[in-house]
Design a protein around this ligand. Structure first.
Ligand code: SF4
Length: 493
C-alpha cells in the first residue's frame, strides 16, 4: 500500500488504495479468507438501483467544522442533501448545549453554459462572496462530477483565493463518479484536512482524538478516568482544534470505515498512534480494544481494573437479555465496519445472525494491519455468518433477502433501510447514533432498544397490514443475486 502522500491534491480511491469492493455474495468466512489471501473478487451488478455519492460523504464531514465554510462546486442539484446536513448539525448543536447553529454551506451553481465555458472563475467569485458573508476561518471546496468533467482548475483557484483572503482555502477532490465506494469521500475530506489544516506538533498533550460521525459524546468518563481528555473530530470541532490534532496522545476511531485514512495519516506523518484493534463492540472486542488503549496511553493497570468492574456491572442484565433473545434470529444492513460491530452486538445478546447486507468491504485499512479486521474478529469469536453479502444499498436485493429469510429482527444503520423490514412485518430498528453500541454499556443499550422493538408490535402490525410493496411477487421469487456477476479479481493492494 502506498504511503500517505500530502503532495497530491487528491486521495487515491478505495478501490485502488485498499482493494475495496461493493459486490459479493457468500459467507463472512469466505470473504475474510480471500481478503487475507489478497484474492478478493469484485462482482459487478448488471442492474443498479441507487447509490450514495462520495461528494456527499465528504461534505457531511467538512460541513460540521464549526467555524469553516464549505463551497460545493457543482450544479445546484448536487446540493439537494444540504437540508439533511443542516438538520443533523442543528440537532447535534442542541444536544451539545451549543448556541443555535446555522450551517455555512454554499453551492456554486454550475450551469449548462459553465460546462461549456468553464466555472473556475465563478468558483473564485463564490469563495470571495462566502468570505464576505460569513468570515469563516477556513473554506473547503468540494468538487462534483460536473466540475471534474469540465476540468476546472480547482487547485489553482483555491490557492489564489487563500493568498488573497489570508485563510486556508482547501480543495477536497471528491467527484461522485471517481469511486463506486462513497466512503472514498470521507478519505477525501480527511486528506484535505491533513493537507490544508493540520500543523506539526509543538508539544504533546493528554488529548485523545476521537474520529466520529456526530453521535453522542460518551468518551469523557472513560478517558477522564484514565487521565486523558477528549478531542472529538471532525463534527463540532473548530479550525484551530483541527490544526492541533497532531499533538494528541492517540487516535481512536469509532468506525474505521470513516476514519481509516485520517488515523493512518496522523500516525504516519505526525507519529500520533492509532488504536488499531477493531472498535470496542461486544465483550471480547471491548476487552481487546481497551487493552490496546491502555498500552498506548501507558495506563494498563487502570484499564484492567476497569475491565473487571464493568464486566461485573453489566453481567446480570446481559444474562437476562441473553435468556430473552435466545433462539431469535436477526438480519442487518449497515456500512462495513459498523456492520461488523452490529454482528458482534447481536451475537453477544444471543441472536443468531441469519445474514448481513453490508455496503462495501475493505480487505484492509490504511494502517495495513490485518489485526484491525473486525469481520475476521467476528468470525473468530462468534462463528461464520452464512448469508453475507456486500451490497451498496441495492434495496431490491435487500427486500428479496428479507422476505426469504424472515428474521425476527432487522437492524439497519442508514435511514431509508429500516422501513423495508417493517413493510414485511419484521420488527426493525434504525441505529441513528453510532456511539450507542460502544463498549460494555453499548451491549446493554442494544439489548434495551431491541427489547422495545420486539415488544411494541401494534404499530408494526398496522403499518405492515397497510403497506404496499413496489416489488412484485415475481421479483421476490428470483435469486436475489441474479444481477450480480462478472467476477473481477482485484489486484494485490
Ligand atoms: S454523483 Fe455527481 S452529480 Fe450526483 S450528487 Fe454526486 S457529485 Fe453531484
Amino acid at each position: 500500500m502506498a504511503p500517505i502522500d500530502l503532495k497530491s491534491p487528491e486521495v487515491q480511491i478505495r478501490e485502488v488504495r485498499l482493494g475495496s469492493i461493493t459486490g459479493f455474495s457468500g459467507t463472512a468466512q469466505e470473504l475474510v479468507g480471500c481478503s487475507h489471501a489478497r484474492s478478493i473478487r469484485e462482482q459487478t451488478r448488471s442492474f443498479q438501483q441507487s447509490m450514495m455519492c462520495a461528494s456527499s460523504a465528504a461534505f457531511c464531514q467538512l460541513s460540521m467544522i464549526m467555524d469553516a465554510a464549505v463551497v460545493n462546486h457543482a450544479p445546484v442539484g448536487c446540493a439537494g442533501d444540504f437540508p439533511g446536513f443542516e438538520v443533523t448539525y442543528r440537532i447535534g448543536g442542541q444536544e451539545r448545549d451549543l448556541p443555535p447553529l446555522l450551517g455555512r454551506y454554499f453551492n456554486s451553481n454550475i450551469t449548462e453554459a459553465d460546462t461549456v465555458f468553464g466555472a473556475a472563475e465563478k468558483l473564485g467569485r463564490v469563495i470571495r462572496e462566502v468570505y464576505r458573508r460569513v468570515r469563516p476561518k477556513a473554506i473547503f471546496v468540494t468538487t462534483s462530477c460536473a466540475s471534474g468533467i469540465i476540468g476546472d482548475d480547482i487547485e489553482g483557484t483555491v490557492n489564489d483565493a487563500a493568498e488573497e483572503l489570508g485563510i486556508p482555502v482547501i480543495a477536497c477532490i471528491c467527484e461522485g463518479f471517481r469511486s463506486k465506494i462513497w466512503t472514498t469521500g470521507f478519505d477525501s475530506a480527511y486528506h484535505s484536512v491533513v493537507r490544508g489544516l493540520v500543523k506539526p506538533p509543538r508539544k504533546k498533550t493528554r488529548k485523545v482524538n476521537i474520529i466520529n460521525f456526530w453521535g453522542s459524546h460518551i468518551f469523557e468518563e472513560l478517558l477522564g478516568r484514565l487521565g486523558y481528555e477528549v478531542n472529538y473530530i471532525l463534527p463540532f470541532s473548530s479550525v484551530d482544534q483541527l490544526a492541533r490534532v497532531s499533538e494528541s496522545a492517540a487516535t481512536i476511531q469509532i468506525c474505521p470505515t470513516l476514519g481509516s485514512y485520517f488515523g493512518a495519516a496522523l500516525e504516519q506523518i505526525y507519529g500520533v498512534p492509532e488504536i488499531k484493534a477493531p472498535p470496542a463492540y461486544g465483550l471480547a472486542g471491548t476487552d481487546r480494544w481497551l487493552r490496546e488503549l491502555g498500552d498506548v496511553l501507558d495506563v494498563r493497570d487502570a484499564v484492567e481494573e476497569l475491565i473487571v468492574e464493568e464486566r461485573a456491572r453489566i453481567e446480570p442484565r446481559l444474562a437476562e437479555y441473553r435468556r430473552k433473545f435466545e433462539g431469535k434470529t436477526a438480519y442487518l444492513t449497515a456500512g462495513a465496519a459498523h456492520g461488523h460491530a452490529i454482528i458482534a452486538l447481536l451475537r453477544e445478546l444471543g441472536f443468531y445472525v441469519k445474514g448481513a447486507a453490508i455496503f462495501h468491504h475493505d480487505p484492509l485499512y490504511d494502517n495495513g494491519d490485518p489485526a484491525s479486521d473486525a469481520l475476521a474478529q467476528d468470525v473468530r469469536l462468534y462463528g461464520d455468518v452464512k448469508n453475507y453479502s456486500v451490497c451498496n444499498k441495492q434495496e431490491y436485493e435487500i427486500i428479496n433477502l428479507l422476505s426469504r429469510h424472515q428474521p425476527d429482527l432487522l437492524v439497519a444503520r442508514h435511514g431509508g433501510m429500516a422501513h423495508w423490514g417493517a413493510k414485511l412485518g419484521i420488527p426493525s430498528f434504525l441505529v441513528d447514533d453510532e456511539q450507542f453500541g460502544f463498549g460494555y454499556q453499548g451491549i446493554l443499550n442494544y439489548g434495551e432498544r431491541i427489547e422495545d422493538t420486539l415488544d411494541n408490535r401494534e404499530y408494526l402490525a398496522n403499518f405492515s397490514a397497510k403497506a404496499e410493496s413496489p416489488y412484485s411477487s415475481w421479483w421476490l421469487e428470483q435469486d436475489p443475486f441474479c444481477f450480480l456477476g462478472d467476477e473481477t479479481h482485484v489486484e494485490a493492494y
